[in-house]
Design a protein around this ligand. Sequence first.
Ligand code: ADE
Length: 222
Amino acid sequence: MKIDILTLFPGMFEGLLSESIIKRAIDKGLVKIQIHDIRKYSKDPHKKVDDYGFGGGQGMVLMPEPIFDAVEDLKEENSLVIMMTPQGKTFEQKIAYALTKEKHLIIICGHYEGFDERIRSIVDLELSIGDYILTGGEIASMVITDSVVRLIDGVIEEESHLNDSFNNNLLDYPVYTKPQDFRGMKVPEVLLSGHHENIRKWRYEQQLERTKERRPDLLKKG
Ligand code: ADE
């Protein structure tokens, strides 16, 4: 898979690309991620990419031309163009799985007051990561990238994501490691029993209980 991210702040992505699982996926050639500075596509001598919105109001609006030029430059036959915006569809695990089927994602990150409305005409999917406002789409695009890349075949062991919370609308069961007794808090006996069937049942019950208590809305999703 290839992911091209358009941003006014390329430096924000340094950590994402140079650490942990995402870095390993890049090094193994399982994903190619490129960060593009939108200013590079500005035809203005001062590399201007935003301006005041018509009709007044606060803040700057991203102009259409540099974004159109960037998308036209990067777009291939099978590209999916995504815009990060709090007005988009709320991102969830199901969408992350669907995106792993794509060959090429182009993700547009806005900043400031918003995008010129005409940019929406070249976008296939608008995504939000939740009902709160970030300073821009950069962190949101990293959330999407991280959650999609870890699902690409070969990035992590399949078993680790088959058991993820949300796959079956259930939260994860509790896990423990050494020591067996930490300040009087003991690891549940069943986990030390070596009885696989009992462990499986216990974990499933814990998942149901936790989900009922913390996220009853997930159980209703069916
Ligand atoms: N840009 C600003 N806030 C955002 C959000 N919650 N999701 C996606 N993009 C955003």
